[in-house]
Design a protein around this ligand. Structure first.
Ligand code: FES
Ligand code: MG
Length: 580
């Protein structure tokens, strides 16, 4: 009999796939005969864990160019362990090309993941992703389905290079674009940067959304330890992919599901690590959405509370100096976690069957400038603050670690734009009525307004100010910004303007006060005046009368709720499909 410490192993008849392949029924005949059509005999599929390899490879997503090779390595591991691999193409939600934003498709990917797993004879899955939204999208779907899964990150690309200088994804694009606008960079130089900034497959190699989210997936206990830090082209990536294949087969037999691994305490770890990494602000929206799939509530204040206690330890761009290749060589995420282990719940379980503490036990920091310990921290507290005030009753976010310090306490007059197009039209006007003290505002850019809450939040500095040498100013919006962005940008203002949040009521010239130390964002307009403006406010006419966009704007929740669809959040279990 199994003791408390010896988990029960499934019998072949208890496998989910047995219902398709194992029975003496008309339908099972059909399933087996079609497996044979694919060249698989009964000995391949009957009574064996069938492992779905959900592959977000796509020619539309250069970050994932290598994932067909990664899938081959996973298959090798699955076969070694006695399982049957099935590679399943799934939408990629690539960050670079998808309009209006890959975030618009995150929930779509989550639905596809959940439904593909539910509808098919799959006992467990290895999820291949990495480019920003693919990590939360795949995991949200997998959490809702709740069968054993392992997340296999695609890994970061190697460092960019321009004339011997290191280039970092995103961050250096914004930096050099401003120099080009200021007339400091020729077209030829700009093209050389274009040649050298993305030199290999893999996700962005700054501590942007991709590096943050894959690290957090590992922290949640969902990856083979170490997987998230390995560059895409390092051979260790392939070896760990095979290990994921072997492990998932074991996890199917032991029924190690996300609900048995990921708890509120795992999410507290993830938030702590997000802060220690100086991670992307996008992680907040995604963690809230992911936790929501498991019925775990993460109020924004939890992020602030943890942020105040957790030092910044990763010296990574955009908040610091280095890139993922250097982070990996310095020991990677395991070393960072081990260095901060007193700040973590180390007793939480992981997909390895051990605890997080055991998974990171022997990890060593090889370069203490890249990966700091709390004794040698870059900053005593985390990089992100949650703001409240009459302009954001449901919260707003600022990554103050990547903002100019003086701007974190600032009062200035608003300059309001109602759309990105309008802002773009005027921002380079040399007669624009703007100074370095102006607070730039973009609204109608939230989950409903844009739709999809694009990464527009690092609003461009007006050309007039660029020419004066200004490179940062206070900027406010209800959208997100790229994890590779920086500056005094207040983001995720909730409720958003498109649904009538107070941001909709601001007028150009109103005074706005940002006070990060006191976590405050205040519009200096009286309540009476705001009520008057509210009475005059009208929502924009409905733009989408059909299709995914209609579904999206009708069901997306606000940023503080994770911008998931209301009908996808945690609820009673969806019944398994009948097999007939
Ligand atoms: Fe894919 Fe940045 S574009 S991770
Ligand atoms: Mg990004």
């Amino acid at each position: 009999m199994a003791s408390e410490n010896t988990p029960t192993r499934k019998t072949p008849e208890q496998l989910r796939s047995w219902r398709w392949y194992g029975r003496d029924e008309l339908r099972s005949f059909g399933h087996r005969s079609r497996a044979k059509q694919a060249g698989w005999g009964s000995e391949d599929i009957v009574g064996k864990p069938v492992i779905g390899i959900l592959n977000t490879w796509s020619d539309l997503n250069s970050c994932h160019m290598h994932l067909r090779l990664t899938a081959d390595a996973v298959k090798r591991g699955v076969l070694q362990a006695g399982g049957h691999p099935m590679e399943i193409p799934i939408m990629s939600a690539g960050e670079m090309l998808t309009k209006p934003t890959a975030m618009f498709h995150r929930n779509f990917l989550a639905m596809e993941t959940e439904e593909m797993l539910r509808a098919n004879p799959i006992d467990g899955a290895v999820l291949l992703g990495g480019c920003d939204k693919s990590t939360p999208g795949l995991l949200m779907g997998a959490f809702s389905m709740d069968i054993p899964v392992i997340y296999m990150p695609c890994g970061p690309m190697i460092k960019g290079n321009w004339r011997g200088d290191t280039l970092g994804s995103g961050s250096d694009v914004w930096k050099y674009w401003d120099e080009k606008r200021a007339g400091n960079l020729s077209w030829e130089q700009w093209c050389e940067i274009e040649d050298g900034i993305a030199r290999s497959p893999g996700h962005c190699m700054t501590m942007g959304t991709a590096s943050t989210l894959t690290a957090l997936a590992e922290t949640l206990g969902l990856c083979i330890p170490g997987a998230s830090s390995i560059p895409a082209v390092d051979s260790a990536h392939t070896r760990i992919a095979a290990a994921a294949g072997r492990q998932i087969v074991e996890n199917v037999w032991l029924d190690r599901k996300p609900s048995g691994i990921v708890s509120e305490r795992s999410f507290e770890n993830a938030i702590a690590v997000d802060m220690a990494l100086g991670g992307s602000t996008n992680a907040i929206v995604h963690l809230v959405a992911m936790a929501g799939r498991l019925g775990i509530k993460l109020p924004l204040e939890k992020f602030d509370e943890i942020s105040r206690k957790i030092p910044l330890l990763a010296n990574m761009r955009p908040a610091g100096k280095y890139l993922m290749e250097e982070f990996f060589l310095a020991g990677g995420l395991r070393a960072l976690l081990n260095g901060m282990r007193e700040l973590l719940h180390t007793d939480v379980p992981t997909i390895t069957g051990k605890t997080l503490g055991e998974d990171i036990e022997d990890a060593i920091i090889h370069n203490e400038d890249v990966i700091r310990t709390p004794a040698n921290a870059l900053q005593p507290d985390g990089g992100t603050a949650i703001l409240r005030g009459n302009l954001c009753p449901d919260g707003a976010v600022i990554k103050h670690a990547a903002a100019t310090k003086e701007l974190c306490t600032h009062t200035g007059p608003a300059l309001v734009y109602d759309s990105y197009a309008e802002m773009k039209k005027h921002i380079d006007d040399m007669d624009l009525d703007v100074t370095k003290d102006t607070v730039l505002i973009l609204r109608n850019a939230g989950p409903v307004g844009a739709p999809g809450m694009p990464e527009w939040g690092q609003l461009p500095i007006p050309k007039k100010l660029i020419m004066q040498g200004i490179r940062d100013m206070v900027r406010l919006s209800d959208c997100r910004m790229s994890g590779t962005s920086y500056g005094a940008c207040v983001l995720h203002i909730a409720p958003e303007s498109a649904v009538g949040g107070p941001l909709a009521l601001v007028k150009t010239g109103d005074l706005i006060e940002l006070d990060v130390p006191n976590r405050k964002l205040h519009l200096h307009v009286s309540d009476e005046e705001l009520e008057k403006r509210r009475a005059d406010w009208k929502p924009a006419p409905v733009r989408y009368h059909r299709g995914y966009a209609k579904l999206y704007v009708e069901h997306v929740t606000q940023a503080d709720q994770g911008a998931d669809f209301d009908f996808l959040q945690h609820g009673p279990a969806v019944p398994e499909p009948d097999i007939f």
